[in-house]
Design a protein. Structure first.
Length: 424
């Protein structure tokens, strides 16, 4: 086995967007660039050792793209040779000690790519999916979970989007100032989804992916630097800061997932909370969806204990959020918040969950609904039904930490063992 396998895995997991970005700026063709990078990774597995895998793969992918473009009718004479020579020079520079094989910083590079990928010719879902897959390297099945659709549906959307780009001859070029302003909301949505993919990992045994959340947070900071007067950019940064500040309390001393009401609040990052609250204060003037979510997160972050949570204000913000952004996730979270209001009837909350269940789209959201239903039944003192609901929430859950948490809750209620799913 090649000695560079570990380095290749690291490059694929963490350097893919930068590699693709370099090749994409070189070719202007998304499908060609993605195919060339994939082929370069495949060839790299046969190399005995690579000092700088990212640089080698970038250069190789450009050579591959040149070879493929050269075969196309009308390709400019000698362009392939000149482009290949330029790629060689870039690789030679990257081999120098301390040199970065990419022309710009990772934040600017990825942000530039996100704006570039948000073509108005594509539908909103297609733009988000293309950017998450091609720029951020999120697998197709995970994008499907983020957008609450079936994996096959998302795969088909990606294929159609790429075909449209290919058939229409769209060349992915850097947008001008007006186009940048028009695409800002799309880019903010992508960064939000990227953070979501890392905050609760959609696969593996860890509750989160710190590399992914850190990347999304840095992109959110870059967006505020790029558009400091855009209130939703500040709202997104506030939301990510406040959510990330509480991340250390999501697990106990043994590393097991705990619910928010069991979290050790002394482990929360107070400096990050203060920064997030400052950003949220500015952003809430715009009443955008990220700002409203940041306000909700800020109220949770400010509460000294679970019992002291200001549920009345949280529900008020959720009402405003659902009025402007009636997503299934927002509706479900508002339902949960309302169940904690003084005098709330849990039977009414369960009925509302059943209504959402009837229209649920995608397995990920269905599992969330079963988990909420299980918790409501637990709180209502119906342990057998709650345990069964936890078991339903476990079905198909790809995250090992979440499976362990749900299984533990079920065993506490009914004393029976819920065997963790084994991955073949």
């Amino acid at each position: 086995m090649p000695r560079s396998t570990g380095a290749l895995e690291h490059a694929f997991r963490e350097e893919w967007p930068r590699i693709l970005g370099s090749v994409l700026r070189f070719t202007g063709d998304l499908q060609l660039s993605e195919d060339a990078v994939q082929e370069a990774f495949a060839r790299a597995t046969a190399e005995p050792e690579l000092r700088n895998p990212a640089s080698w793969i970038t250069t190789t992918a450009k050579h591959i793209a040149v070879d493929w473009m050269r075969r196309e009718a009308g390709f400019v004479r000698h362009f392939g040779r000149l482009a290949a020579e330029a790629a060689d020079r870039e690789a030679a520079a990257a081999e120098q000690v301390g040199a970065d094989p990419f022309a710009v910083s990772i934040d600017d590079d990825r942000l530039q790519l996100l704006f570039l990928a948000c073509r108005p010719e594509l539908s909103e879902d297609a733009r988000l999916a293309i950017a998450l897959r091609a720029v951020c390297g999120v697998p197709t099945d995970e994008i499907a979970e983020l957008l609450l659709v079936k994996p096959a549906t998302m795969a088909a959307r990606l294929t159609r989007a790429k075909k449209r780009i290919q058939s229409s001859g769209i060349r992915l070029e850097q947008p001008d100032a007006a186009e940048l302003a028009e695409r800002t909301d799309d880019v903010l949505s992508i960064v939000y989804l990227l953070y979501t993919a890392g905050h609760t990992a959609l696969a593996g045994d860890e509750i989160s992916r710190s590399v992914t959340t850190a990347s999304a947070l840095s992109l959110a900071r870059s967006m505020v630097r790029l558009r400091p007067r855009h209130l939703e950019a500040r709202g997104l940064l506030a939301l990510l800061l406040l959510t990330e500040a509480r991340a250390p309390g999501r697990t106990d001393a043994a590393g097991e997932v705990v619910a928010l009401d069991e979290a050790d609040r002394s482990r929360w990052n107070t400096a990050m909370i203060e920064e997030g609250l400052a950003q949220a204060t500015i952003a809430l003037a715009g009443r955008g969806r990220f700002a409203l979510q940041a306000g909700i997160s800020g109220l949770h972050s400010q509460a000294p204990s679970w019992a002291a949570t200001d549920w009345v204000s949280i529900v008020s913000l959720y009402d405003a959020l659902v009025a402007s952004w009636p997503s299934p996730a927002a509706c479900l979270n508002r339902l949960v918040a309302r169940s904690y209001l003084a005098g709330a009837r849990l039977d009414d909350s369960l009925a509302a969950v059943d209504e959402l269940m009837a229209d649920a789209s995608g397995p990920a959201f269905t599992r969330q609904l079963w988990a909420v239903r299980a918790d409501l039944l637990r709180r209502e003192g119906r342990p057998a039904e709650a345990a069964d609901a936890y078991a339903r929430a476990l079905e198909g859950e790809p995250n090992g930490a979440i499976r362990a948490f749900l299984g533990r809750r079920a065993r506490e209620l009914q004393g029976r063992r819920i065997a963790p799913r084994r991955d073949d």
